[in-house]
Structures are given as structure tokens and as C-alpha cells.
Write a protein that binds this ligand. Structure first.
Ligand SMILES: [Zn+2]
Length: 503
């Protein structure tokens, strides 16, 4: 128990408090009618690009009344038949919500959100489900013009990348905010998948010909339909949703990759999993209304993307098994909402089981997360290898111009002119995993087709590393998500290189 407690941080802690509170309140329930009233246990919030979500954790529902007051603009939530230990206040200050205050009022509790101007909101109650406690949710929406501007920014970014003939990959870290995903062995799914997604985006962005974007850029909840919409704004060539698996059988382990099926799941387990991953959204009724429209769209463009999704799913799983040593869990099909992406090849990757002790321990490690990211980046490159097109003539011209004016500093080679380590090599890799790990002193390298992990030694400089491996400093920075060109001993740097490095 002590070990479990040590691992609990942030989001988990209030949830645990609620669990602990349950038996206590039910013991004293018979003593007086007031003792039966539910508790307001805590207030949490998450800032998303288009809204701020305030969650009131409760042990059960009360009778609610929600209204607005002005000067300053406030959203008032009165919950009759609810108790709270003490008044409190949470400063938010994210440009949408200034602060949240709560205090006992009459036979209930009053919660006040002080907000920035007359913003729209929605309010709903979520019953406890899948280990998550009951809650009231207040979403305060940013003005429509902000939402529209963000959408336009995505579309403009995509247009620019398309002009360069870059492939656009949208990476979707599952869950987020008040939806933590699976929690087992002290690991929270939303955190692990976010870390892997960021690593994958960095690797792809350091690779010529690719541009990666994340659906969620922080710890907040995004409805599944919104994730799909973002992929469409970016005109994604590929959509990868990243999740961790969980199963009642603690021995279950391995990687699985899912492609969409609109007929039904390949097996019962897949069906159940789709239900679990979709659950968070099914609770939020608003988005189900749009589903009808999406089904119609689906029919039009589904055939192409279904074949392509399955093709990438196989590449991704093969690569995951090869780079991480995780067992082959299978390429499967199920009705994941997040995969209903008309015209965009889409997969959902379950990178291992949090319910399996061994895999949970691996998934916690930064190095293993990097391996997962490398595996997926490698699969992406493989997938697009035969889809490469030279850049448009205008881009070639522009590049030639820039090259001239800078004295030929910019390569005049088209984007496609990458060393082609063709299919032959992949196909001939019969003898076991292609990742070889060697140790020389403090230096460990994972050598394979394109990626090397370099452990920084005392005295190493970025310049030396760059020269040694023939990788530009900028590329090293991007691949590792480094903002500043500073490195430290023991740091593991991923180096995208063009061939196998022998020691
Ligand atoms: Zn998940």
C-alpha cells in the first residue's frame, strides 16, 4: 500500500480520496439524514485550446441550478443536497476562467466560476464508470472566432506542407485531462501515450519529407470527433492514435494495432476494447448527434483508406515487435470512433499492457518509449517509401534560388533523394530482430537502418556528435525535442542516420 501511495500524484490523488471516503460515509449513513448527502470532494481543471474544463468531483448527484451573473461575469452552480468540508478557491487564470470558488450555502454547495467575458458554457453530470468517480463538468468555451482561427491555422500549415510535398502525419495521444485512460501498476495511460506521441512527432519532424502534428498538445480532454476533425484540418496522409492496453488477465501482453471495421470487431476482445476506448465519448452525448452525418461521409471514402489502414497496421506492428521485443498481439479490426476518418488511413496502436507488470515497467522507461517511437517512425517511412513524389516545380525553383543566394548552402537535391534502403533489406532480415545493442564503456548504441541511440559522455559536445554521426545539429535538436543546444552526461540522444553504424 505504501508503495502504491508513493506513486500516486496529481490527478490520482483526489480520486483515491474519493474511494477512501466511500466506506466512511456509508458507515455513518444511518445516523442522520444529513449524513446521506453526497460530498463535493474536490475541484480540478484543464485548459484545452478551445475550452477550459472544470470538474467537480462528487460522491453522488445533487439538485443543480446553473446561472450566470455579470460584472464580473460568473457561472454559478448551486448544488442542493451536497456537502463540502470547507470553502475553497482555485486560481486558474488561463484567459478563459479566472478562478473557481466554492463554499457551503444553505442545504447545499455553491460553486462560482469567474470567467473572462460572456463566454458560452455547457454543464453536465457524469455517473461513475470504469473506476472513475462521479463528477459535474463545466466546459467554458472560448469565443467562436478563436476556434475558427485555430482551425484556419491548421489548414494553412497543412497547405504549406503540401506545397513542399511533405507527408503529414497526425499523431493522437489517447485520453487526456479528466479522462486518464487505464491506470494500472502506478502508470497512467494518458501520460505514457503523450510522451510516446511527442517522441514520435519529434523523430518524424527531424526526417526529411515528413511533418507531424499532435491532436492534443497537453493534458486536456479532446472529444474523439474533434481528434478526427483535427486530422482533416491538417489533411493528414496518416493518422496514428496511441493507447496502452489493459486486460483482466494480468499475463496478457504484447502490441496490437487496430484498423477500422464498420462491419464489426474481429473478436470479442477487440469489441470490448473498442467499447472501452470509446466510452469517454459515449458519456458525452453532444457528439453522438453528429454521428449520423459521419456515417454517410464514411461510405464515400472508406474503401481506399481501409486497405491502406490495414497495410500500415501490419507495417507498424512488425516494426514494434522488431524494435521493442514485445510479442505480436495481432493486427485487428474494431469500431473505434477515432478511426472513423474518411479518406485518411488510420490506425490505433495499443503499445503494451499496463496490467502486465513487465510491460508496465517497460512503458514507464523513457528509453523504451523512445524505442516505441522509433518503431513507429520507421514504419511510417516504410509505408510512404513507394508514395514519394518529387516536389512541385515551383518549390524546386524556389529552392534553387535560395541555394544560389546562400552560396549553395541549401541542398539542391529534391526531398525524395534519400538513400534508398529498399524493401530488399527488410525482406532479407530473416534472422531475428534487426536491432543490435552493443556496449562500449559508457556508450551504448542501438544500430539499425536509420536510428542510433547515443548516450552522452562527459566532455561530449553536440558539434562532435554531429560530426561523428554525420547528422546536423538542428536535426539532433528536433529529433530529441530539445529547445536549447545543451546536453548532459547520461542523456540518451536519438540520432537519425542513413545507414547502420558499426562500432
Ligand atoms: Zn486508451
Amino acid at each position: 500500500m505504501a508503495r502504491v501511495l508513493l506513486k500516486i500524484r496529481g490527478v490520482l490523488f483526489p480520486i483515491l480520496l474519493v474511494f477512501l471516503a466511500f466506506p466512511l460515509s456509508s458507515v455513518s449513513a444511518k445516523s442522520s439524514p444529513k449524513a446521506r448527502l453526497p460530498w463535493l470532494k474536490g475541484v480540478r481543471y484543464w485548459t484545452a485550446p478551445d475550452h477550459t474544463r472544470v470538474v467537480l468531483d462528487v460522491t453522488g448527484p445533487g439538485k443543480t441550478k446553473v446561472f450566470k451573473l455579470s460584472r464580473p461575469t460568473r457561472i454559478v452552480v448551486d448544488i442542493e443536497g451536497m456537502r463540502v468540508k470547507a470553502p475553497g478557491m482555485e486560481r486558474v487564470g488561463d484567459g478563459v476562467v479566472k478562478e473557481v470558488r466554492w463554499a457551503p450555502k444553505g442545504r447545499g454547495v455553491r460553486v462560482v466560476l469567474v470567467i473572462e467575458g460572456d463566454l458560452e458554457h455547457r454543464f453536465f453530470y457524469l455517473k461513475p464508470f470504469m473506476g472513475r468517480t462521479a463528477r459535474y463538468v463545466v466546459d467554458v468555451k472560448k469565443p467562436e472566432k478563436v476556434v475558427v482561427r485555430e482551425k484556419r491555422q491548421r489548414e494553412e500549415a497543412a497547405a504549406k506542407e503540401k506545397k513542399e510535398r511533405h507527408f503529414i502525419i497526425v499523431i493522437d495521444p489517447g485520453h487526456g485531462g479528466d479522462d486518464p485512460g487505464a491506470i494500472h501498476n502506478g502508470i497512467v495511460e494518458k501520460r505514457v501515450v503523450f510522451s510516446i506521441a511527442k517522441k514520435l512527432a519529434n523523430l518524424l519532424n527531424s526526417t526529411t519529407g515528413f511533418r507531424a502534428y499532435l491532436t492534443r498538445k497537453g493534458d486536456y480532454y479532446l472529444p474523439l470527433r474533434k481528434r478526427v476533425e483535427i486530422a482533416h484540418d491538417y489533411k493528414a496522409d496518416l493518422f496514428i492514435s496511441i493507447h496502452c492496453n489493459a486486460a483482466p488477465n494480468r499475463r496478457a501482453r504484447g502490441a496490437m494495432v487496430f484498423a477500422l471495421s464498420n462491419k464489426g470487431a474481429t473478436d470479442n476482445v477487440s469489441r470490448m476494447l473498442a467499447r472501452i476506448e470509446n466510452t469517454a465519448d459515449m458519456m458525452e452525448v453532444e457528439f453522438t448527434k453528429k454521428r449520423e452525418v459521419n456515417y454517410i461521409l464514411l461510405d464515400l471514402a472508406q474503401d481506399y483508406s481501409r486497405v491502406e489502414s490495414e497495410k500500415f497496421a501490419r507495417l507498424a506492428l512488425r516494426s514494434l515487435v522488431r524494435f521493442t521485443g514485445m510479442p505480436w498481439g495481432g493486427v485487428k479490426k474494431a469500431r473505434f470512433t477515432v478511426l472513423k476518418n474518411p479518406g485518411i488511413p488510420s490506425v490505433l496502436v495499443e503499445v503494451g499492457f499496463l496490467t502486465n507488470r513487465r510491460e508496465a515497467r517497460l512503458l514507464r522507461s523513457g528509453l523504451f518509449q523512445t524505442r516505441v517511437a522509433i518503431a513507429l517512425a520507421d514504419a511510417v517511412e516504410d509505408y510512404f517509401k513507394d508514395k514519394m513524389k518529387p516536389p512541385s516545380p515551383e518549390v524546386m525553383m524556389a529552392r534553387a534560388q535560395v541555394g544560389k543566394s546562400r552560396g549553395g548552402e541549401v541542398s539542391s537535391k529534391p526531398v525524395v533523394a534519400r538513400p534508398s534502403e529498399g524493401k530488399a533489406k527488410v525482406a532479407s532480415g530473416v534472422g531475428g530482430p534487426r536491432v543490435s545493442t552493443k556496449r562500449t564503456g559508457t556508450r551504448q548504441r542501438v544500430a539499425h537502418r536509420r536510428w542510433v541511440i547515443h548516450v552522452v559522455r562527459k566532455g561530449d559536445t553536440l558539434w562532435e556528435i554531429s560530426r561523428k554521426y554525420g547528422v546536423k545539429i538542428r536535426t539532433i535538436l528536433v529529433a530529441n525535442g530539445l529547445r536549447k543546444p545543451t546536453i548532459y552526461p547520461g542523456q540518451r540522444l536519438v540520432l537519425p542516420i542513413a545507414r547502420i553504424t558499426t562500432l
